[in-house]
Design a protein around this ligand. Structure first.
Ligand SMILES: [Zn+2]
Length: 93
């Protein structure tokens, strides 16, 4: 069930409510009960943020080489830890 008033949605413990009008970016009327933020705007912003984080990480990884390594399965955790420590030292993480 979708509530048309935020206070009713809050009282009913709903995550979303329908404000009845589109936001200034013409998204449908769904809004988060907790913040009143437009769901469409929130998703668009999250996507932009995720893309910028992904791009920054990709930039940091530029110039890194990849190589295949064979190891005993029991050593996987230690090897991953060692590689992560090296990457951390180089500022990748
Ligand atoms: Zn919006």
């Amino acid at each position: 069930m979708t509530f048309s008033s935020r206070s009713m949605a809050i009282a009913a413990g709903q995550i979303y409510y329908a404000s009845g009008k589109k936001c200034k970016y013409e998204h449908p009327d769904s809004r988060y009960t907790k913040s009143g933020v437009c769901v469409g705007c929130h998703k668009a912003r999250s996507k932009t943020k995720a893309e910028s984080v992904r791009k920054a990480f990709k930039d940091k990884c530029r110039g890194l080489k990849t190589m295949a390594v064979s190891f005993h399965p029991d050593d996987e955790q230690q090897i991953n830890g060692f590689i992560n420590a090296l990457l951390f030292d180089r500022g990748v993480y």
